[in-house]
Each structure stands twice: as structure tokens, then as C-alpha cells.
Write a new protein. Structure first.
Length: 324
């Protein structure tokens, strides 16, 4: 089964199916990693205001662009409205802050990062109460936020708009206004999101998978907090056996599985060798048996890593997207 290199978007723009993830990369490390990623051939870069490293990404991208409009066009740059900006009247300010830090005239894809909201506290994207819970804004008008985000597209400062971390019901509410260009959610071999992927296929919305390798660093932090056991995806015996059979790495097998599953992936790495490796997944193929063995690893909802429980109080928001 061959996998196309891009998702074709409705206006003919192309979303590369492998992108470069930047979550949890410290700015100085990220800047060098982006240089390596551009050199390796990545053109799709995923970022977010909430990652607090857009400026580092912007510096590296602009160095590479060097003022050449044709080179800018080669790139597909994504960023996201943070939870603190999830109010219609806040969209413009948060978007402009991202555009300024990235140093770009336009953004290729702007996503609503999550459906719930934090209070707007200048200078603090993750405002907390003294007891450690988040300063939540429980008054969110998600459809109102979506309408404001759509205005950014009309203004020409964004080419496409979409959403992240939304459930089917939320998607259908937004689709009633206008269909999002993509949905970015956690997807990996232990959490295959079969129902959501089938629903988005029906709607014609491409899925971009975050944490495609299981976000080991995040899983370690959560394991220390909750005592829960998060298996290392890169060490699953099925994955190791298939990797051996193809003389590939476990990460390449995990990514190839997702590509053949029909979704795009944004693996994060700051290591030049792994950065290169993660992009080299279009030149081998998993057979039907291997796909079935990997499909059997799905744990459904129990496989989810990023459940947002680290945002204490978010689960009480009426728009909290993950209900067991
Ligand atoms: P590093 O940045 O040191 O390479 P995810 O994309 O699912 O969030 O996973 C990111 C994690 O996986 C990071 O800890 C990253 O570490 C690690 N990682 C990325 N690519 C590979 C790879 N090819 N092999 C092993 N680990 C990888």
C-alpha cells in the first residue's frame, strides 16, 4: 500500500503527512533541531502558542527562508490558539502574538488547541490558583471562537483553519458553521481512535496524529504524578519484531503504521539522526498481517496518554472533550 506524501486540501494546498513536532522542546534546543529538520527535508512544522517556543521556531524558519517568497511557500507552518485565548474577543490578540513571534506574514494552518478555556492573565499562558488548579474560564462559546478564527482566514493572515483535541459532537457543531481543514488529536498504536477517524473520514476532515511515538517525556511526567504505568511504545515486542523484519527502527514502524492507517503524523525529536529517521517512512511498507498485529495493540480509551488531567479543573468544563 503506497502512502501519498501529502493530504490535498480543498483549495489545492498540500499538507505534508509527516511534520515536525515541537512540543516540549526548549527554545535553544528547538532552534538547532529545526535547522536539522529543514536540512533533512521537513516542510511541515507544528507549533502552538502554549508551547512557549514559537520564537525559536520562527528564527530557524526565517533563516532558512532568507526573504525568498518561493521558499516560504514551500513551508506548511501550523500554530494554535491557546486555552487562554478561547474567547471570541481574545482570538485576534493571541493570533497576532503567534504571528509576531513566528515572524511570518501568514500562517498556513491555525488550530483551536483545546475546546476548554483558561482565564486571560497577561504574561501567563497557564494561570493557576494557589491550590494548583487552573484558573478556568467556564463561560466558553466554542462556536463563537470558531467564527472569529474563520475571520482570520478571510483576512488572508491564515490559509487554513482547523481544530485540535475535539470530540465528534464538538466537530459536528463547528461543521454546522464551516468544516475545519483538519483535526489534530492523539493517535498511536495503543490509542488508534478508530471511531473518531471513521467519523472524520465521512466528514472529509484529515487527521494529524500527535504523540505518534507515545510522547515518552510526557508519559514519564504523568507516571511520576499518577503512578499509572505507560508502556514504552518503542519497546513493544510486536513493534520490535516488525522493525527487525524490515531492518527499520521501532519509531519508523510506529509512524508507518499511522500513515497506512490514513493519518498524518508530527513526531517530535531534537536529535538529528532521529529527525532524519522519522521522515524516512515512505519507502517501505507493512503487510496486511503486520498491520493486523499492530491494530490488535489498540487499548481504546485506556491507551490515551494526554488526558489533560495535568490541567486540574479542566475536566469540570462543559466543553472538556474526553468523557469516559
Ligand atoms: P528525542 O527528542 O530525544 O529524539 P512524540 O513524537 O510521540 O511526542 O515522541 C517524542 C519522544 O520520542 C521524544 O522523547 C523523542 O526524543 C523521542 N523520539 C523521537 N524520535 C525517535 C526515534 N526515532 N527513536 C526513538 N525515540 C524517538
Amino acid at each position: 500500500m503506497s502512502v501519498p506524501k501529502y493530504f490535498e486540501l480543498e483549495d489545492g494546498d498540500r499538507l505534508p503527512r509527516i511534520g515536525f513536532g515541537t512540543w516540549q522542546a526548549p527554545p535553544d534546543v528547538l532552534e538547532k533541531a529545526v535547522d536539522a529538520a529543514l536540512e533533512a527535508g521537513y516542510r511541515h512544522f507544528d507549533s502552538a502558542r502554549a508551547y512557549e517556543n514559537e520564537d525559536a521556531l520562527g528564527r530557524a524558519l526565517n533563516r532558512w527562508i532568507g526573504g525568498d517568497a518561493a521558499k516560504r511557500k514551500e513551508l506548511f507552518v501550523v500554530t494554535k490558539l491557546p486555552p487562554s485565548g478561547n474567547r471570541p474577543e481574545s482570538v485576534e490578540e493571541y493570533f497576532e502574538a503567534s504571528r509576531r513571534d513566528l515572524g511570518l506574514d501568514y500562517i498556513d494552518l491555525y488550530l483551536i488547541h483545546v475546546p476548554f478555556a483558561f482565564e486571560h492573565v497577561p504574561g501567563d499562558l497557564h494561570p493557576k490558583n494557589p491550590d494548583g488548579s487552573m484558573k478556568m474560564d467556564y463561560s466558553t462559546d466554542l462556536v463563537g471562537v470558531w467564527k472569529e478564527v474563520l475571520k482570520l482566514k478571510k483576512s488572508g493572515r491564515v490559509r487554513h483553519v482547523g481544530v485540535s483535541n475535539m470530540n465528534e459532537e464538538q466537530l459536528s457543531r463547528l461543521c454546522a458553521v464551516e468544516k475545519p481543514a483538519c483535526l489534530q488529536v492523539e493517535v498511536h498504536v495503543l490509542f488508534q481512535q478508530k471511531k473518531l477517524i471513521a467519523a472524520t473520514k465521512q466528514l472529509g476532515i484529515p487527521i494529524v496524529a500527535y504523540s505518534p511515538l507515545g510522547s515518552k517525556a510526557l508519559a514519564d511526567v504523568l507516571a511520576a504524578k499518577t503512578g499509572r504505568n505507560y508502556p514504552n511504545l518503542l519497546e513493544l515486542p510486536t513493534v520490535l519484531n516488525i522493525a527487525k523484519a524490515h531492518s527499520r527502527t521501532p519509531a519508523q514502524v510506529l509512524l508507518r503504521f499511522l500513515l497506512q492507517h490514513g493519518v498524518a503524523c508530527i513526531p517530535k525529536s531534537t536529535d538529528p539522526t532521529r529527525i532524519q529517521q522519522n521522515l524516512s517512512v515512505l519507502d517501505f511498507e507493512l503487510n496486511k498481517n503486520e498491520m493486523q498485529e499492530l491494530a490488535a495493540l489498540d487499548r481504546g480509551e485506556d491507551g490515551r496518554i494526554c488526558d489533560f488531567m495535568f490541567f486540574v479543573g479542566a475536566e469540570k468544563h462543559t466543553e472538556f472533550p474526553f468523557k469516559k
